[in-house]
Design a protein. Structure first.
Lengths: 149, 149
DNA sequence: TATTGTTATACTCTATAACTATA
DNA sequence: TATAGTTATAGAGTATAACAATA
């Protein structure tokens, strides 16, 4: 006689969204890491530079949110990036508490020098995976961000 | 007369797959972190426990791959988990180089105690996002893993 | 009182290399 | 020679609290 089977609450680990997101991220980062190493950047610094290049000058709280870093980490990382002349900080004229951070020409040049090979990697992924599927995936990821969890 | 527009190689940051994966992961982890903190687990320890509960006893190289950790990190974390009686290590009888790691009853009990609330969080996401869309997202993430990049 | 950002601290993870033991 | 795992080490990120300056 079969035991009554209780509805299984257990998701197989490959169907756990947090783990799937992590694994997939690790997978797509594999070809990118050597490029970052070559230009002496950590992933975190790279995210900050990309955020600034894309969104323009920002206060630190916004940078932290956009680049998935905590403020204390950001403080330390920006200090090092400012010393390398990749970003520049200035006091907000309106609100004295705020610091506005912007990318420098040197920072922009670094992104430009890296861009062709990054784009090549992106295109390799896009052509293998399919342009439409990739857009669907990015759309779904963005949609999850809008959920109130 | 329109200028011939050079194909823009620059992806807006929200459409960068590595960054989208990171942001979405951060977003879905928000409600999970308090649970982990409550049972005194780091995300890494949790992944290891989940992998073992799901796939059974494994050698360390496999655990490292499955849980997205490096072997040196794994060595340290497993030492701490073994001290807490969450996992047990034993020499492989066939190949003396290998260590086989398994979850203990205490480790399993920890997962069980956490499961109902984790499932609740999962269901909240599923009901808001849509079961079908979530499955599509998980399918796409798994497909990316199969690409040779 | 609340917000922006910095500093301090303790812990943890990452990344690489060198090493041991086994195959 | 190659593989499995450990140890060592340096660097970096995480998380929290306490703090200063400004609003």
């Amino acid at each position: 006689m079969k035991k009554p089977i209780k509805k299984n609450q257990h998701r197989p680990i490959s169907r756990s969204l947090p783990i799937a997101l992590l694994r997939t991220r690790e997978h797509v980062m594999v070809p990118i890491r050597p490029l970052l190493a070559e230009i002496g950047m950590t992933e975190q610094k790279w995210r900050i530079l990309r955020v600034l290049a894309d969104l323009g000058a920002l206060e630190q709280t916004s940078i932290a949110r956009e680049s998935c870093l905590l403020l204390p980490s950001l403080t330390r990382i920006l200090r090092s990036m400012e010393a390398d002349d990749l970003v520049i900080r200035s006091q907000d004229t309106g609100d004295g508490r705020r610091t506005i951070v912007d990318i420098t020409d040197k920072g922009r040049a670094l992104i430009m020098s890296y861009q062709p090979r990054a784009f090549e990697i992106f295109q390799r992924l896009e052509s293998q995976f399919g342009k439409e599927k990739l857009e669907t995936l990015l759309d779904l990821l963005e949609e999850v961000l809008e959920l109130k969890l």
